[in-house]
Design a protein around this ligand. Structure first.
Ligand code: ZN
Length: 255
């Protein structure tokens, strides 16, 4: 039973064939998925999807790239939706220094506000980090995010950073990049970090694993991520699947 902890089935790239994509996932052994919404349209769609499919859950938040657009109303709306029993986390939230649409100070403020909200409603958080590791770790510490914990989504940092995040009660989630031939760091993290701190994800439609790199990703391919981790750790595929599934259920409070 695979648990894909990060999917964007609410992306318009699935408008034409969502049912088939979901069926593919089920046929491959994907049993649960968390649909991530990060702005008004994608959150609205995520909420509709969790009503339609019992194996789908939602995580809702505001993306750092669009931090400049988030209003107090938006935050209030996220808080209201977070009481839905199938909203299992807040995010993705974090910092993204690759794009400069939102200034860094605004990104940081919006990130802090969402961490505070997560503590208020007692939900774990899903972290998006692009070229901002140091500032993210600092803010997580200052805001005492360890009280709720969460996920370092599509982790691409070093083993040392991974350990620092684990100490703050975060899981390390690996996605498609761990299967890329030149992805040194994710492979090291897969090797060094114990299974009880790891999760798997696709981040579909982005970051499709080898041999689909560059194509549209889908949840069925999370199997390739699990297979790669098994190979790197020299353990069975079943072991990777069982552990990551239990980790995700525990984190999200799913029975
Ligand atoms: Zn994402």
């Amino acid at each position: 039973m695979l648990f894909d902890t990060h999917v964007h089935l609410n992306d318009e790239q699935y408008d034409q064939d969502l049912k088939e994509v979901i069926q593919n996932a089920l046929n491959t052994g994907v049993e649960k998925m968390v649909v991530v919404g990060f702005d008004r349209p994608t959150i609205t769609k995520a909420m509709a999807l969790i009503e339609e499919y019992d194996f789908l859950y939602a995580s809702i938040g505001w993306h750092p790239v669009d931090a400049i657009d988030m209003t107090e109303n938006d935050l209030q709306w996220i808080e209201e939706l977070s009481s839905h029993p199938k909203v299992v986390a807040l995010g993705e939230m974090g910092l993204d220094y690759h794009w400069d649409k939102s200034p860094k100070d605004i990104q940081k403020e919006v990130f802090r506000k969402q961490i505070r909200l997560a503590k208020k409603v007692n939900l774990p958080i899903i972290i998006h980090n692009r070229e901002a590791t140091q500032d993210i770790v600092e803010i997580l510490k200052e805001e005492k995010a360890s009280e709720v914990g969460g996920i370092m989504h599509c982790f691409s940092g070093s083993v040392d950073t991974a350990k620092e995040c684990i100490n703050m009660n975060f899981f390390i989630s690996l996605g498609g990049p761990v299967t890329f031939k030149n992805a040194k760091k994710p492979k090291e993290v897969a090797k060094e970090i114990p299974l009880n701190h790891l999760l798997i994800e696709t981040d579909c439609p982005y970051l499709a694993p080898h041999p689909y790199r560059g194509k549209r990703n889908e949840p069925a391919y999370v199997k390739l991520v699990a297979e790669q981790i098994a190979e790197i750790k020299e353990i069975t595929y079943e072991e990777v699947v069982a552990h990551t599934y239990q980790n995700a259920k525990r984190l999200f409070g799913i029975n």
